[in-house]
Design a protein around this ligand. Structure first.
Ligand code: PGA
Length: 263
């Protein structure tokens, strides 16, 4: 499908790494390495504690700030939780929802993920909705059915007029943090399936305008091949987003694929 209808997104997911006082130094290293061509939206998703420092450090840059999760609740007696209103007030633009580590360690279900995505949208932020199969599901040839279900469950919470503001990230669990990347063909096959599910349920116009990212051991070396696939519009990057040099090379790979000058 024609990529001109959607934006490329390279989003870092720092997970539980770095401390807030390291943020400024990281951004100072990243800024001069950033490719000049504005071929893609660049996002850094960080722990709640880092968001204010990140916002400050990235002032006047084209990098957006994201969170890694949010509460299902608006406000009230939920000790330790962080609400969408709090994130919005801090200037957060993106929020990852349904990352497999949240699903695995915090029991998040497909329905909770959909609900969270809807809350993010209500607060004017962009959800990055994660889906992905386990190794066992892949080996038992259940990948497509499982992904289809995950996408439909999440989308069932999202009204038509908000759907095109969502970003979907396909992250096979077996590829996350393992150094084992899906091949470009495997990743394309699933991203194409995600777009097909959206087209069947919500129409061709929205399907062609939704950005679908690949995540799972994407790095400076394999980014270009993955990003050149027709249904992969960007990446959700864990480990490599903690290294300014590697992260900037992945951003440059978007420009290389679209044929724009990278520096
Ligand atoms: P990874 O993580 O790039 O370190 O595999 C990706 C993610 O979990 O979003």
């Amino acid at each position: 499908m024609n990529k001109k209808y959607r934006k490329a997104v390279i989003a870092g997911n720092w997970k539980m790494n770095m401390v807030p006082s390291e943020v400024k130094g990281f951004v100072e290293q990243l800024r001069p390495l950033m490719p000049k061509a504005k071929t893609c939206e660049v996002v850094l998703c960080a722990p709640y504690t880092h968001i204010t420092s990140l916002r400050r450090a990235m002032k006047d840059s084209r990098i957006s700030v994201g969170a890694e999760d949010l509460s299902l609740h608006d406000k009230g007696a939920y000790t330790g939780e962080v609400s969408a209103a709090m994130l919005e007030d801090m200037g957060t633009q993106y929020v990852i929802v349904g990352h497999s580590e949240r699903r695995q360690y915090h029991g998040e279900t497909d329905f909770m993920v959909g609900e969270k995505a809807a809350i993010v949208l209500e607060h004017g932020m962009t959800p990055i909705i994660c889906v992905g199969e386990s190794l066992e599901q892949r080996e038992r040839e259940l990948t497509m059915e499982y992904i289809r279900y995950q996408v439909l469950a999440a989308l069932s919470y999202i009204p038509d007029n908000k759907l095109r503001q969502c970003v979907i990230a396909y992250e096979p669990i077996w590829a996350i943090g393992t150094g084992k990347t899906a091949t470009a063909e495997q990743a394309q096959e699933v991203c194409e399936c995600i777009r097909r599910v959206i087209r069947e349920r919500r129409g061709a116009r929205v399907a062609r305008s939704i950005s679908i990212l690949y995540g799972g051991s994407m790095n400076a070396k394999n980014a270009e091949e993955l990003l050149s696939m027709p249904d992969i519009d960007g990446g959700l990057i864990g480990g490599a987003s903690l290294k300014p040099d590697d992260f900037s090379k992945i951003i440059a790979a978007v420009a290389a694929v679209t044929g724009e000058e990278s520096k």
